[in-house]
Design a protein around this ligand. Structure first.
Ligand SMILES: Nc1ncnc2c1ncn2[C@@H]1O[C@H](COP(=O)(O)OP(=O)(O)OP(=O)(O)O)[C@@H](O)[C@H]1O
Ligand SMILES: [Mg+2]
Length: 256
């Protein structure tokens, strides 16, 4: 997949799998997705990129600078479905194919129409994020959308990677449904024990993967310059913990 950390935790990913990256804001979901897209761009093949959370022009510009290739080549290989600009009132018509998050079944049809002519070349389909569909529709419709997406990707052997924002109250049922419908579920979050000590450490684990073995370990990671994902050295974490505990000790001594 070309996704750091994840690739090392799994034996492999079956073609046609649906992978969910779930986590709170700022944890790095979009950064991980970007790696998967850049990996396809480094090899051969096309990507369908369904953008709900930001201006697709920014997403394409980001990919262009990361790969140092022309915007025309990016547009030829990254087929954007725009679910963002389509809802901004007063904007001129978007240059991208529109998908309406309020109408997931029509969105599925649009996805089929975009995928079909390029099916043999498309290696990856990404959605950032699925919450737009979840928040605007009945749970039953959301499940129909996910099942339809699974059907589409299985038929054409396309791996799909979906971003799911967690931590929104009242969505627990749909989060569980997303987990059982997915072929692979990646849980991301800040380490709760270290967070209490004031050390914000990102980590992820693969909770499930159909059809291949995988590790269940949490792996701590950090995001460096240019959005580079790096595995955190456990020794460095221990040093931070020791410093935090020493500061705590000084504070309690001073209080006495
Ligand atoms: N190009 C970049 N250069 C440096 N750091 C970056 C870059 N892109 C992202 N980051 C860092 O990674 C963090 C996570 O970014 P990302 O957008 O992937 O989070 P996310 O989980 O998708 O958040 P959200 O739920 O808000 O969409 C950012 O807060 C920032 O610190
Ligand atoms: Mg994001």
């Amino acid at each position: 997949m070309g996704i750091p950390v994840f690739d090392n935790l799994v034996e492999g990913v079956r073609k046609g799998s649906l992978i969910v990256f779930a986590g709170p804001p700022g944890i790095g979901k979009s950064v991980f997705i970007r790696y998967a897209v850049l990996n396809v761009l480094s090899n051969s093949g096309k990507v369908v990129y369904i953008v709900f959370d930001e201006d697709p022009t920014g997403v394409l510009a980001d990919l262009t600078s990361a790969k140092n290739i022309s915007i025309d080549e990016i547009k030829n290989r990254v087929l954007v479905l725009d679910g963002f600009l389509v809802r901004v009132p007063g904007l001129e018509e978007s240059e991208y194919t529109a998908v309406d998050p309020m109408n997931p079944i029509e969105a599925l049809n649009t996805m089929y129409n975009v995928v079909k002519p390029h099916a043999s070349e498309i290696k990856l389909l990404v959605i950032d994020s699925i919450n737009e569909i979840i928040l605007r529709n009945e749970p039953g419709i959301v499940l129909d959308f996910i099942k339809g997406l699974k059907g589409l990707c299985k038929r054409y052997n396309i791996i799909s990677v979906i971003v799911l924002h967690t931590g929104i109250p009242g969505l627990d049922q749909i989060y569980s449904a997303m987990e059982y419908l997915s072929d692979s579920f990646v849980e991301m979050g800040f380490d709760p024990s270290l967070e209490q000590l004031g050390i914000p450490l990102r980590r992820l684990r693969v909770r499930k993967l159909k059809g291949a073995s995988h590790s269940l370990d949490w792996v701590p990671y950090t995001i460096g310059k240019g959005g580079k994902i790096m595995v955190v050295d456990i020794k460095k974490i221990m040093e931070s913990v020791r410093t935090a505990l020493a500061e705590l000790k000084t504070l309690t001594t001073e209080k006495r």
